[in-house]
Ligand binder design. Structure first.
Ligand code: PRP
Length: 173
Protein backbone atom coordinates (compact mmCIF):
# COMPACT_ATOMS: atom_id res chain seq x y z
CA UNK A 1 0.00 0.00 0.00
CA UNK A 2 1.23 3.49 -0.85
CA UNK A 3 0.72 6.32 1.64
CA UNK A 4 1.59 9.83 0.49
CA UNK A 5 4.37 11.39 2.54
CA UNK A 6 5.09 14.51 0.48
CA UNK A 7 2.79 15.90 -2.19
CA UNK A 8 3.90 17.34 -5.50
CA UNK A 9 3.39 20.85 -4.08
CA UNK A 10 5.39 20.14 -0.92
CA UNK A 11 8.26 18.79 -2.99
CA UNK A 12 8.11 21.81 -5.26
CA UNK A 13 8.32 24.08 -2.21
CA UNK A 14 11.35 22.20 -0.86
CA UNK A 15 13.12 22.30 -4.24
CA UNK A 16 12.53 26.05 -4.49
CA UNK A 17 13.87 26.59 -0.98
CA UNK A 18 17.00 24.51 -1.67
CA UNK A 19 17.65 26.31 -4.95
CA UNK A 20 17.43 29.70 -3.30
CA UNK A 21 19.77 28.65 -0.45
CA UNK A 22 22.28 27.42 -3.03
CA UNK A 23 21.89 30.59 -5.11
CA UNK A 24 22.58 32.73 -2.04
CA UNK A 25 25.70 30.76 -1.08
CA UNK A 26 27.40 30.74 -4.50
CA UNK A 27 26.82 34.33 -5.59
CA UNK A 28 26.51 33.65 -9.34
CA UNK A 29 29.63 31.49 -9.44
CA UNK A 30 29.58 28.44 -11.65
CA UNK A 31 28.47 25.19 -10.01
CA UNK A 32 29.02 21.64 -11.24
CA UNK A 33 26.14 19.43 -10.15
CA UNK A 34 26.76 15.70 -9.94
CA UNK A 35 23.57 13.68 -10.12
CA UNK A 36 23.79 10.22 -8.59
CA UNK A 37 21.90 7.75 -10.77
CA UNK A 38 19.37 6.50 -10.87
CA UNK A 39 17.28 7.80 -7.98
CA UNK A 40 18.33 11.47 -8.18
CA UNK A 41 17.50 12.20 -11.80
CA UNK A 42 14.02 13.62 -11.17
CA UNK A 43 15.12 15.79 -8.25
CA UNK A 44 18.20 16.97 -10.18
CA UNK A 45 16.19 17.98 -13.21
CA UNK A 46 13.79 20.06 -11.11
CA UNK A 47 16.54 21.56 -8.93
CA UNK A 48 18.87 22.76 -11.68
CA UNK A 49 16.00 24.48 -13.47
CA UNK A 50 15.50 26.65 -10.37
CA UNK A 51 19.18 27.64 -10.15
CA UNK A 52 20.19 30.97 -11.69
CA UNK A 53 23.96 30.44 -11.48
CA UNK A 54 25.80 29.07 -14.49
CA UNK A 55 25.74 25.29 -14.08
CA UNK A 56 27.18 22.13 -15.53
CA UNK A 57 25.64 18.75 -14.87
CA UNK A 58 27.22 15.32 -14.92
CA UNK A 59 26.13 11.89 -13.78
CA UNK A 60 27.64 9.18 -11.66
CA UNK A 61 26.36 5.72 -10.90
CA UNK A 62 27.62 3.49 -8.16
CA UNK A 63 26.58 0.01 -7.16
CA UNK A 64 26.67 -1.41 -3.70
CA UNK A 65 27.37 -5.11 -3.58
CA UNK A 66 25.80 -7.37 -1.00
CA UNK A 67 22.40 -8.77 -0.21
CA UNK A 68 19.22 -7.10 0.97
CA UNK A 69 17.90 -3.60 0.51
CA UNK A 70 20.50 -1.70 2.50
CA UNK A 71 23.88 -0.42 1.41
CA UNK A 72 26.86 -2.55 2.40
CA UNK A 73 29.72 -0.13 2.00
CA UNK A 74 31.23 -2.12 -0.90
CA UNK A 75 30.53 0.75 -3.22
CA UNK A 76 31.89 0.44 -6.78
CA UNK A 77 31.77 3.08 -9.54
CA UNK A 78 29.72 1.82 -12.50
CA UNK A 79 29.73 5.13 -14.36
CA UNK A 80 32.08 7.97 -13.56
CA UNK A 81 31.65 11.67 -14.30
CA UNK A 82 33.35 12.99 -17.43
CA UNK A 83 33.93 16.57 -16.28
CA UNK A 84 37.17 17.71 -14.61
CA UNK A 85 36.17 19.07 -11.20
CA UNK A 86 39.54 20.30 -9.98
CA UNK A 87 39.30 23.89 -8.75
CA UNK A 88 35.52 23.91 -9.33
CA UNK A 89 32.52 24.28 -7.05
CA UNK A 90 30.76 20.93 -6.91
CA UNK A 91 27.41 19.91 -5.43
CA UNK A 92 26.40 16.26 -5.28
CA UNK A 93 22.68 15.76 -5.80
CA UNK A 94 21.27 12.79 -3.90
CA UNK A 95 17.66 11.66 -3.55
CA UNK A 96 18.06 10.11 -0.11
CA UNK A 97 20.77 9.70 2.53
CA UNK A 98 20.22 6.51 4.49
CA UNK A 99 23.24 4.79 6.08
CA UNK A 100 25.48 7.42 4.46
CA UNK A 101 27.83 4.75 3.09
CA UNK A 102 27.23 5.63 -0.57
CA UNK A 103 27.84 9.33 -0.08
CA UNK A 104 30.84 8.83 2.19
CA UNK A 105 32.53 6.79 -0.52
CA UNK A 106 31.60 9.20 -3.30
CA UNK A 107 32.75 12.20 -1.26
CA UNK A 108 36.12 10.54 -0.66
CA UNK A 109 36.54 9.76 -4.37
CA UNK A 110 35.62 13.29 -5.45
CA UNK A 111 37.70 15.03 -2.74
CA UNK A 112 40.80 13.36 -4.19
CA UNK A 113 40.15 15.26 -7.42
CA UNK A 114 40.62 18.56 -5.57
CA UNK A 115 37.41 20.51 -6.20
CA UNK A 116 37.35 24.10 -4.92
CA UNK A 117 34.39 23.10 -2.76
CA UNK A 118 32.26 19.99 -2.41
CA UNK A 119 28.79 19.97 -0.92
CA UNK A 120 25.80 17.65 -0.76
CA UNK A 121 22.21 18.50 -1.61
CA UNK A 122 19.81 15.73 -0.58
CA UNK A 123 16.05 15.77 -0.91
CA UNK A 124 15.47 13.28 1.91
CA UNK A 125 17.53 12.51 4.98
CA UNK A 126 16.89 9.41 7.12
CA UNK A 127 19.14 10.63 9.90
CA UNK A 128 18.30 7.88 12.36
CA UNK A 129 19.76 5.22 10.04
CA UNK A 130 23.20 6.76 9.65
CA UNK A 131 26.19 4.39 10.00
CA UNK A 132 28.91 6.85 9.02
CA UNK A 133 29.03 10.57 9.71
CA UNK A 134 27.87 12.25 6.50
CA UNK A 135 25.81 15.43 6.54
CA UNK A 136 23.74 16.95 3.79
CA UNK A 137 24.63 20.65 3.38
CA UNK A 138 21.22 21.29 1.83
CA UNK A 139 18.40 18.96 2.92
CA UNK A 140 14.79 19.00 1.76
CA UNK A 141 13.11 16.86 4.41
CA UNK A 142 14.30 14.81 7.37
CA UNK A 143 12.26 11.61 7.53
CA UNK A 144 11.69 8.66 9.84
CA UNK A 145 12.69 5.14 8.96
CA UNK A 146 10.38 3.52 6.40
CA UNK A 147 10.56 2.53 2.75
CA UNK A 148 9.96 5.53 0.52
CA UNK A 149 9.28 5.53 -3.21
CA UNK A 150 8.37 8.00 -5.94
CA UNK A 151 9.89 11.14 -7.47
CA UNK A 152 12.79 9.06 -8.82
CA UNK A 153 13.06 6.62 -5.91
CA UNK A 154 12.26 2.98 -6.60
CA UNK A 155 11.33 -0.29 -5.02
CA UNK A 156 12.64 -3.07 -7.30
CA UNK A 157 12.84 -0.44 -10.09
CA UNK A 158 9.14 0.45 -9.81
CA UNK A 159 7.49 3.72 -8.72
CA UNK A 160 10.20 6.11 -9.96
CA UNK A 161 7.58 7.87 -12.09
CA UNK A 162 5.28 8.93 -9.23
CA UNK A 163 5.19 12.75 -9.01
CA UNK A 164 4.95 12.58 -5.20
CA UNK A 165 6.79 10.67 -2.46
CA UNK A 166 5.10 7.77 -0.70
CA UNK A 167 5.83 5.32 2.06
CA UNK A 168 5.45 1.73 0.93
CA UNK A 169 3.60 -0.18 3.63
CA UNK A 170 2.73 -3.81 4.06
CA UNK A 171 5.27 -5.18 1.58
CA UNK A 172 8.23 -7.34 2.36
CA UNK A 173 11.22 -5.10 1.72
C1 PRP B 1 19.84 4.61 -2.93
C2 PRP B 1 19.80 6.13 -2.89
C3 PRP B 1 21.17 6.50 -2.40
C4 PRP B 1 21.57 5.34 -1.52
C5 PRP B 1 21.38 5.74 -0.10
O1 PRP B 1 20.35 4.22 -4.16
O2 PRP B 1 19.55 6.67 -4.15
O3 PRP B 1 22.10 6.65 -3.44
O4 PRP B 1 20.70 4.24 -1.85
O5 PRP B 1 21.76 4.71 0.75
P1 PRP B 1 22.95 4.81 1.80
O6 PRP B 1 22.94 6.16 2.43
O7 PRP B 1 22.57 3.73 2.78
O8 PRP B 1 24.24 4.51 1.11
P2 PRP B 1 20.17 2.78 -4.77
O9 PRP B 1 21.39 1.96 -4.44
O10 PRP B 1 18.85 2.21 -4.37
O11 PRP B 1 20.22 3.03 -6.34
P3 PRP B 1 19.25 3.87 -7.30
O12 PRP B 1 19.51 5.33 -7.00
O13 PRP B 1 19.70 3.48 -8.66
O14 PRP B 1 17.82 3.47 -7.02
Amino acid sequence: MLKILFTKEEIEGAVKRLASLIGADYDMEKIIFICLLKGSFVFASDLIRKIKNPVEIDFMRVASYGSGTTTTGNVVIMKDIEVDISGKHVIIIEDIIDTGLTLKKIKDILEERRPKSLKICALLDKRARRKVPVEGDYVGFTIEDGFVVGYGIDYAEEYRNLPYICVLEGERV
